[in-house]
Design a protein around this ligand. Structure first.
Ligand code: URA
Length: 440
């Protein structure tokens, strides 16, 4: 079927043969379908959606546009976790070592932060020497011997998605559930995993601001994964306020070290245990959720998670002394408190606004090619439900060497992220839904 005909059918809401969708995507990746036709197709999908067979065909074509790893020679289940992105969302840094310490292999291909959301790769790179680009053979070797390896995407993973995402970014077609789901799953399924736990964020700091959209995305992601014979579970979790207290790369690594030593903020600890337990269940090292939670908690309590993180860091060229003595991690030269303008109860902390403030201090990037300052970021002293007196610190700004905005302007932004009222207020549930049956 000619591209024109595929676009025409999709525009009119008529079914498109899955093979025709696959051919369109493959030919687009090869360069024989022009951007303008693919842009028209994306816009038609934006308005008309996709049927399950259409979405499966598109995702498979994107997946097979590049290399698909085969880790089947490594014994045991290989399980990864993917988050749709948030602010202060650092669970991957703890999950990889904890789950590996419990006997499940974690081959993790992560991304960088963009806009107000952070990325695992930037956090890892704040550890001196840590290398996120490794040859595939080394990725395979470390997954087998250490139990976990955390790397960046190569150009050879789902190149069709890379090209398509850039086009969607320019044509206002990013916010389409089938296009987002196909994009995420084509990259994750290229890792050679057996199972995947998805953390679909919802709230002000998330891609999906509303629960019905997050649920629809979660069901679609699970549907694609199951359709491709993988075990996939999605949790829809809160991202209305940042997760934990630290936002910014080295600050988030430090918070993970606290967690692995048995401390850390309760919401971060709980979400780590919940996601870790789901990974262990998919990895079949536990039979019940209670048993799986117990295993993750035990790996924190007896220090195996921390020791595994040291092992991972050392294997990937990083300096494990920075984990034992966190003062060796990058530190900002200026730390400035932002104080409460009024007395009351914190009723909301706008995660997106905090993420944008951290980015303005140098912790994030607005374009993929920008560099981040590993030391920059924000520590939140007050969270939803906390009482605060006028003049008391709400947060501390760790100002990078080249902030994108003057710190005074960022302080005003940050103050605006806190809604202080008469209260009472309490945070909503951390996990809003668990989805294991999908619909693509
Ligand atoms: N993340 C992705 O990988 N793809 C999208 O389309 C949106 C978010």
């Amino acid at each position: 079927m000619r591209p024109y005909e595929v676009i025409h059918r999709k525009r009119d809401g008529r079914p498109v043969p899955p093979e025709a969708i696959a051919e369109l995507v493959t030919r687009y990746a090869e360069g024989s379908v022009p951007d303008y036709q693919m842009a028209a197709f994306c816009m038609a999908v934006f308005f008309r959606g996709m049927s399950e067979p259409e979405l499966q065909a598109m995702t498979a074509a994107m997946l097979h546009s590049g290399d698909v790893l085969d880790l089947s020679d490594i014994p045991g289940p290989k399980i990864d976790k993917h988050s749709t992105g948030g602010v202060g969302d650092k669970t991957s840094l703890a999950l990889a070592p904890l789950v590996a310490a419990c006997g499940v292999k974690v081959p993790m291909v992560s991304g960088r932060g963009l806009g107000h959301t952070g990325g695992t790769l930037d956090k890892l790179e704040s550890i001196p020497g840590f290398r996120i680009h490794l040859p595939v053979a080394r990725f395979r070797e470390l997954t087998a011997s250490v139990g976990a390896c955390l790397v960046g995407q190569t150009d050879r993973i789902a190149p069709a998605d890379r090209k398509l995402y850039a086009l969607r970014d320019l044509t206002a077609t990013v916010e389409s559930i089938p296009l987002i789901a196909g994009s995420i799953m084509s990259k994750k399924l290229a890792e050679g995993i057996d199972g995947l736990v998805l953390d679909v964020k919802v709230g002000s700091g998330a891609f999906m601001k509303r629960l019905p959209d997050a649920l629809a995305l979660a069901r679609t992601l699970v549907g694609i994964g199951r359709g491709m014979g993988k075990e996939v579970v999605a949790l829809v979790t809160d991202m209305d306020q940042p997760l934990g207290r630290a936002v910014g790369n080295a600050l988030e690594v430090k918070e993970i070290l606290h967690l692995l030593h048995g401390g850390g903020p309760p919401d971060l600890r709980e979400l780590t245990v919940v996601l870790g337990a789901e990974m262990l269940l998919l990895g079949r090292v536990a039979a019940t959720n209670a048993e799986a939670r117990g295993l993750v908690e035990q790996a924190i309590a007896d220090g195996r998670g921390f020791r595994k993180l040291c092992e991972i860091v050392e294997a990937q060229g990083g300096d494990p002394r920075a984990l034992v003595e966190p003062d060796r991690l990058p530190r900002a030269v200026r730390v400035v408190d932002v104080v409460a303008p009024a007395t009351g109860v914190v009723e909301a902390v706008d995660a997106e606004a905090v993420g944008l403030a951290a980015m303005a201090l140098g912790a994030g990037r607005s374009r993929v090619e920008d560099a981040v300052d590993p030391a920059a970021g924000i520590e939140l002293w007050k969270r939803v439900g906390d009482r605060v007196e006028a003049g008391e610190p709400l947060a501390a700004m760790h100002v990078g060497e080249r902030p994108l905005e003057p710190p005074d302007a960022v302080a005003a932004r940050l103050r605006g992220a806190f809604r202080i009222g008469a209260g009472p207020a309490s945070p909503g549930p951390l996990v809003l839904e668990r989805i294991e049956k999908g619909e693509a």
